[in-house]
Design a binder for this molecule. Structure first.
Ligand SMILES: [Zn+2]
Length: 354
């Protein structure tokens, strides 16, 4: 029942790189682990480009570009015909991760992907929460397992940033009951809960991730979803201070940032060179209403970042999907907006100035 002015931002002030989108997926998954090289493509570039042009999105970075022949196909569909508009990342071959030759094989595959045109490597939360010693069965593989060291090192040597998702919101590690602030979301997706069973705690997962950052200082890590700890910006700040090779991305976490606007504004002031714009956009992604690709989604992000204003919906959905609250805005100055929208990502990806 709050009556406050609404500031629409139909087009943002500066060109944007959306560093976190999913324009392709592995066609097959088993127990949360991608298997095979075949890909599916929810929407072709022709559907995406009109929205991008209208909203001033210079480039979309498709993180889940796949592996092997699947990666080659993704690059052929997006990056080759539309250079500068679509950027493709590759992924690890999780299926091979328990082979004796895996460490070197994976390093070589990263180098091959680079030659094929991939700009970076994407790590889904598969690592830490799904991948097991027998790939789909057995004990969980640790994020800092040394078998991945050659992979991280190769990414650093080839200037390929690693976009990494580790763990999930704190609430996903708590019982699904009336005390859980994401009760509705977890009730809709009980499989997103990592409470109990053999899952490590949120803190253990982030600690293992930090070991990787410390061990590979020449590799740049883009920690998705505000370092996967948007509820605790003090902790994210501490990590950023400790690891100069760490960056953060905003995707699907403006619900968290916008309910602590003063903390968030301070965070943007301090780390404006290390924050990247991203939405986690999924074309037709009805399973994740806060991420459905389209003009409405971008307008919400622009309004949150650019305007002064009050309490509004953080997702293009009738019911707030990540918890029943609304958000406040940041009203960032132009210098910070330019960095977050474009400059930081462009530098990390090594894109040529156009
Ligand atoms: Zn994502």
């Amino acid at each position: 029942m709050l009556h406050v002015p609404e500031t629409r931002v139909p087009r943002d002030r500066f060109p944007v790189i959306d560093i976190h989108t999913h324009l392709s997926w592995a066609a097959a998954r088993k127990n949360g682990v991608s298997v095979g090289e075949e890909m599916t493509y929810p929407a072709p570039p022709q559907v995406l480009l009109p929205v991008m042009n209208q909203k001033n999105i210079r480039a979309m970075v498709n993180l889940t570009g796949g592996i092997g022949r699947g990666l080659d196909e993704t690059i052929q569909r997006f990056q080759v015909p539309y250079p500068g508009r679509f950027v493709v990342f590759t992924e690890p071959s999780w299926e091979r991760s328990n082979g004796a030759d895996y460490p070197q094989f994976q390093a070589d595959e990263i180098a091959r992907a680079r030659k094929a045109g991939a700009y970076g490597l994407k790590i889904l939360k598969t690592l830490g929460l799904y991948l097991r010693e027998g790939v789909t069965a057995g004990p969980l593989v640790k994020i800092d397992d040394p078998r991945f060291d050659p992979m991280w090192e190769t990414c650093g040597a080839l200037n390929m940033p690693v976009a990494i998702h580790v763990s999930d919101p704190e609430a996903f590690f708590l019982p699904i009951d009336r005390f859980n602030e994401r009760f509705e979301q977890l009730n809709n997706h009980p499989d997103w809960s990592f409470y109990d069973r053999d899952f490590p705690s949120n803190a253990e997962l982030l600690r293992a991730r930090n070991h990787v950052f410390a061990r590979h200082p020449k590799t740049s890590f883009i920690t998705l979803h505000v370092g996967n700890n948007a509820e605790n910006l003090a902790s994210v700040s501490e990590c950023l201070d400790r690891f100069p090779n760490m960056y953060v991305e905003l995707g699907a976490r403006i619900a968290e940032l916008g309910r602590q606007p003063r903390n968030a504004r301070e965070f943007f002031d301090k780390y404006q060179d290390r924050i990247l714009f991203g939405t986690d956009a999924v074309p037709y992604g009805t399973e994740t209403p806060q991420q459905v690709f389209g003009g409405d989604l971008y307008e919400i992000y622009f309004r949150f970042l650019e305007t002064e204003g009050e309490y509004f919906d953080y997702a293009p959905a009738p019911i707030p999907p990540q918890g029943r609250w609304r958000i406040y805005v940041l009203g960032l100055p132009e210098g910070i907006l330019k960095n977050v929208y474009y400059e930081n990502a462009s530098r990390l990806l090594g894109l040529k100035e156009s």
